[in-house]
Write a protein that binds this ligand. Structure first.
Ligand code: NAG
Ligand code: NAG
Ligand code: NAG
Ligand code: NAG
Ligand code: NAG
Ligand code: NAG
Ligand code: NAG
Length: 380
């Protein structure tokens, strides 16, 4: 926690509430320091804009070595700072660029900023975020050089936006174009979520609250795995994640699905695999976590991923629901439905095709030894 302002904090009884708030708010950290800023405009005179270039810029540092020269202007102006993660923001201070001349109506850059707006968003799209401020009242006489808006909202991006659209008539004093070159933008808030108060030191009053109002502590968003107005309920019934909006996979035990990330802590039900148990077993495997190998199914695609049952029967030489048992001695073929012939050794009858591998008994011939020898040529 640091105080950027250099002002001391005087939490003294006799101070008025207003003065307290004003002073205490100085204690929020400028969370935009050393964060990436990005700017673009629809019309540009430099090569750093409009191309998606991310400028390494401290949100709280002065651009262009302190000169803040106008380098970019156009019909729209967009500037944002990425705070990298969602932060609890309290207020935003903008120091408008003054081109080394005194700020005010005589400075013909002032009109570039009239009509500006400030957003906090979780995406780079301002329209998906919260509008903190839209200027519809300032004139070149009243717009301040340093502007602060209080916006107690959680978000990842702070966006400055302005526009001069064709066909729209703007009030007097508005420039023809707008610029996104701002001197300095400071975003004050807390660096860690889950805390509130001017020092960002008070844990949110609800234990499982991740995002609480920076001033009041009222919960506005739960930690992943929790829900309810006060985040008092853990995800249940096979749900997990932010707002319990995700559905657990085929966990062996649905109560052992991590409410945080959905990992099935005791493995998968039959037919599924992967940490989340959302992946169906590969062909030829089945069972818990797909740990079993299918038997000799006639068609491996017809092996149940749950039980391993071969739906269309066994390959030649195998029997049983799982087709893992060889044919009994003396039988062969699909489902072991065929009976061996008169093999010399019944254990040497091929379970695949019934061939008697060590020849036939007396009086029989052929591969299968199912043909009687002609009586005059009987073997002994
Ligand atoms: C702006 O003012 C600073 C300090 O007075 C000076 O060093 C700099 O050259 C000035 N820049 C311009 C563009 O006049
Ligand atoms: C205003 O703009 C004009 C034309 O760009 C420029 O010559 C002049 O120096 C600027 N500043 C003031 C204070 O008029
Ligand atoms: C950003 O996301 C957080 C967490 O989901 C949410 O509480 C907050 O309201 C969002 N901010 C905006 C500006 O939508
Ligand atoms: C508009 O600006 C005037 C002069 O700066 C100020 O007194 C007034 O409060 C403003 N009105 C609104 C709605 O901001
Ligand atoms: C903030 O910190 C100051 C100085 O450490 C302390 O005096 C004050 O009570 C704290 N305020 C809150 C709201 O925690
Ligand atoms: C095997 O025999 C059973 C019972 O006679 C029969 O239902 C099945 O269709 C036969 N299978 C084959 C492949 O001939
Ligand atoms: C029958 O199967 C055996 C293996 O069990 C094999 O060696 C033999 O070549 C097969 N015979 C025919 C005619 O396919």
């Amino acid at each position: 926690m640091m105080s950027l302002s250099g002002h001391s904090v005087y939490p003294h009884d006799v101070l008025t509430v207003l003065f307290c708030l004003l002073t205490l708010s100085q204690a929020y950290v400028n969370v935009a320091l050393n964060k990436l800023a990005y700017r673009s405009s629809s019309y540009s005179t430099t090569d750093t804009s409009g191309t998606g270039n991310a400028l390494r810029m401290s949100g709280g540092d002065v651009l262009n070595g302190g000169q803040c020269a106008v380098s970019e202007s156009g019909e729209t102006a967009y500037w944002r700072v990425n705070l990298i993660t969602i932060h609890s923001i309290h207020h935003i201070t903008i120091h408008f660029r003054a081109d080394n001349v005194t700020w005010g109506p005589s400075n013909n850059v002032t009109g570039l900023f009239l009509g500006f707006s400030v957003y906090i968003s979780n995406t780079t799209d301002r329209l998906q975020g919260t509008l903190c401020y839209k200027d519809d009242n300032f004139t070149i006489d009243t717009i301040p050089a340093v502007f602060t808006t209080t916006c107690p909202v959680h978000g990842q991006y702070v966006i400055y936006y302005n526009e001069r659209l064709p066909g729209v008539s703007y009030p007097g004093g508005y420039s023809v174009y707008v610029t996104n070159v701002l001197c300095e933008v400071e975003v004050y808030g807390c660096t860690a979520t889950g805390y509130f108060g001017s020092n960002c030191s008070v844990p949110c009053s609800d234990v499982n609250c991740q995002y609480c109002h920076i001033e009041t502590g009222t919960c506005q968003g739960c930690k992943t795995g929790y829900k309810g107005h006060r985040c008092e309920m853990a995800c249940e019934g096979g749900t997990y994640g932010a707002g319990c909006k995700e559905t657990c996979g085929h966990c062996r035990d649905v109560n052992q699905c991590s409410i945080n990330n959905g990992i099935c802590l005791t493995g998968c039900n039959a037919g599924f695999k992967g940490d989340l148990c959302k992946t169906v077993c590969d062909r030829g495997s089945y069972g818990y976590d797909c740990n079993e190998i299918c038997g000799h199914c006639r068609d491996v695609n017809q092996c149940s991923i749950i039980t391993g049952t071969c739906f269309t029967g066994c390959d030649t030489g195998y029997q049983g629901d799982l087709c893992k048992e060889s044919c009994d001695s003396g039988s062969y073929g699909y489902d072991c439905n065929e009976t061996c012939g008169q093999c010399r050794d019944v254990n040497k009858c091929s379970i695949i095709n019934g061939t008697c591998l060590t020849g036939c008994d007396a009086d029989y011939q052929g591969n299968l030894c199912k043909t009687l020898c002609p009586s005059e040529t009987k073997k002994e």
